[in-house]
Design a protein around this ligand. Sequence first.
Ligand code: L34
Length: 295
Amino acid sequence: MSAKIISGTETAKAIREELTVEVAELKDKHNIVPGLVTILVGEDPASQSYVSAKNKTAKALGIHSEQVTLAADTSNEDLLALVEKYNNDDKINGILVQLPLPKHIDEPKILNAINPDKDVDGFHPVNVGRMVVGEKCFLPCTPHGVLELLTRSGVETSGAEVVVVGRSNIVGKPMVNLMLQKRPAGNSTVTVCHTRTKDMAFHTKRADIIIAAAGVPKMITADMVKDGVVVIDVGVNRIGKTESGKAILAGDVDFDGVKEKAAAITPVPGGVGPMTITMLMKNTVQAAKQAAGLI
Ligand code: L34
């Protein structure tokens, strides 16, 4: 058996088409243009490419988009002042500070400084708390994208054994919380594995759905999964370069091996990555509507 490929590229395209219509309607009916600012500190090539993709996508959808790039040695104070400036800028509905930040930056302090109403990444503790208790909030973009992929490809999550591999604040922890919420795309029985898990394969072999977000290339191999599993691969690992200097990407899942056993699997690239960017757009539109009192 070879798995159905769940295409993030295709799903993201469908959601972006819906958003384009929504953004145009906001403009026509309410004269509202959602606004996003991305802030990048330093010159990490992967972060540069993600941030420029975010701005490009925003513009293509009709979202007002600003991109600020700061030197790697920017001080905490200067970064805080910039966040504060955008907190007070009415044109901007969403503020995104790309992670990881340089080591000398106090990351929690910066994330806490973003106005929760503009926190389109959903990383502010206020939004994290709202998410956990099931209130309206901004869902973090990558887990939000995984939920949309599962829903739109018709994967039954209710009662499913879901194993999340990884416990980061960006993916693993929110993913666990979302999968156990009492609502569609939730209602799962959730297990979380991490670097201290004694026998990872024991858990992954029981899984109906595996969500791999460990940041370790090809760590989930065919012998670790059962027949018919659904695999969502969140990993985007740079494992080398082609002769022309282009990055070679690999997920956290050994795609070629696992696809022979899985019922469905996301590829890397073209899986969760494009969904992350698209859900940021969805959150920015949500922020603009909330700011205008429309929802
Ligand atoms: N603040 N920091 C903040 N918010 C986020 O949501 C992110 N993330 C993660 C890293 N730091 C962040 C992203 O934007 C990861 N991430 C991200 C975004 C997009 C893609 C991958 C990770 C993506 O588009 N991946 C493509 C391949 C792109 C390439 O060639 O490098 C894919 O098809 O998977």
